[in-house]
Design a binder for this molecule. Structure first.
Ligand SMILES: Nc1nc2c(ncn2[C@@H]2O[C@H](COP(=O)(O)OP(=O)(O)OP(=O)(O)O)[C@@H](O)[C@H]2O)c(=O)[nH]1
Ligand SMILES: [Mg+2]
Length: 392
């Protein structure tokens, strides 16, 4: 093979340049450090984009997709995300409703963020459920089974008294009055979900139920917002509880406050829940089928003591205490009210109630699909007035 004269000069010049580079690198430290990462990066980049983010709790996604839209926490400039999961408790028979909810949250939020999902059930998941859900998202998904003791009615419950309690409620025409499984669910959501092994690695959760809809696109990460603003518990809908489901709950709460007064936050949200300084409960609570919250609050000493105190009375079975009033009372009493957040931007519907942002600016920015006039806020069953008044 012959090489013409200009080509020979080019090869010779390149050879001299390369030799010069190695000579300078060997003899001059500053030149070496300035050039080695740039050149080295070209040859040794075997890592995935995930390695650039400090998020140890997550499996590395190596699926060739564009990186998720993680935003910066605390304005530090580190691209990262919250240690959070999207959590759904469901039955295998809820599959169609679960598909609807996941499609909706993916569409409005998680397609861009790819937060991992955890699904919990007291029975093993069917292949059908796992297949239909897994088809909907690129985010990691874990399907967990709930340990027996976290779910079923404990042995120390007096079954005769529990049966009588259910019968009494049925006679009053109360929804789920005769259901033991509903009571299992309420007790599990009150005191156990955050202890499940699949949730142990996470701090934050967003509770999602089957058959719900998210009506607005989120242009921010609510977990990161909670973290940055130092919030602990967030809601979108507040309303009145059916008092016949919790006849002795408030007295039990008052007993707890008397016994452990130090548990109550000086700047609490009692004004949301009571018209007379705590003597009576006005039935206002946050609708817990939507929750974004910090599980460290539920895992902490105060809430642990509170749940155990309530549970010991058997009220979850003798009556029908819901996780919504239990969570709401705890958040409102044991946290400073500034740590509870109303997420106005999150259009959310759990039929028959919906929160749709009333501010046109917010509604347009979120490309909301909901009918503003049908929002639950300030309607006859809403406790938004009671919420607003504690900040005046
Ligand atoms: N695995 C399991 N999940 C349940 C059971 N009962 C309820 N759930 C779940 O617990 C959550 C609350 O139950 P729902 O039946 O929606 O109760 P609700 O929101 O008070 O009532 P609805 O107005 O009927 O939605 C949902 O995520 C359900 O899928 C159960 O027996 N087993
Ligand atoms: Mg529901």
């Amino acid at each position: 093979m012959t090489i013409n004269r200009p080509a020979r000069y080019v090869i010779l010049s390149l050879g001299i340049l390369i030799a010069l580079h190695f000579l300078l690198a060997a003899t001059h430290e500053s030149y070496n450090s300035a050039t080695s990462s740039a050149l080295g990066g070209v040859w040794s980049k075997t890592t995935t984009y995930q390695d650039d983010f400090a998020v140890p709790a997550y499996p590395v996604l190596d699926d060739g997709l564009p990186p998720p839209r993680w935003t910066s926490v605390g304005g530090t400039g580190n691209s990262t995300r919250a240690n959070a999961t999207l959590l759904m408790l469901a039955r295998n028979s809820d599959v169609n409703g679960a598909v609807q909810s996941i499609r909706s949250i993916e569409d409005r939020f998680n397609r861009e963020y790819r937060y991992p999902y955890v699904f919990l059930n007291e029975e093993p998941w069917t292949e059908e459920f796992k297949k239909r859900i897994s088809a909907l998202t690129h985010a990691p998904i874990e399907f967990g089974v709930i340990p027996h003791d976290m779910w079923y009615q404990p042995d120390w419950i007096d079954e005769e008294r529990a049966t009588e309690g259910r019968k009494k409620m049925e006679d009053q025409g109360i929804i789920y009055a005769g259901s033991v499984s509903y009571r299992n669910m309420c007790r599990f959501n009150s005191g156990f979900f955050f202890k499940h092994e699949l949730l142990a690695k996470y701090k934050w959760y967003w509770r999602i139920e089957p058959d719900v809809l998210f009506h607005c696109t989120l242009d921010f990460d609510p977990f990161v917002y909670m973290e940055e603003q130092k919030k602990v518990y967030a809601f979108t809908i507040s309303l009145f509880e059916w008092s016949a489901t919790i006849p002795t709950l408030w007295d039990t709460v008052k007993d707890f406050m008397n016994k452990f007064p130090e548990s109550v936050s000086p700047d609490n949200a009692m004004g949301f829940m009571s018209e007379n300084g705590g003597q009576d409960f006005n039935m206002c609570h946050f609708w817990s089928n939507f929750e974004i919250a910090d599980m460290d609050f539920w895992r902490g000493d105060v809430y642990t003591k509170f749940f155990e105190f309530l549970d010991a009375t058997g009220g979850f079975y003798y009556e029908r205490w819901g996780d919504a009033p239990v969570h709401s009372i705890a958040a409102s009493l044991f946290l400073p009210k500034s740590k509870i957040h109303f997420f106005n931007e999150i259009g959310y519907e759990h039929p028959p109630n919906m929160h749709c942002p009333q501010d046109d600016e917010v509604w347009k920015r979120g490309m909301c699909g909901c009918e503003q006039a049908k929002t639950h806020d300030y309607g006859p069953y809403s406790c938004q007035h009671q919420w607003d008044r504690i900040f005046r």
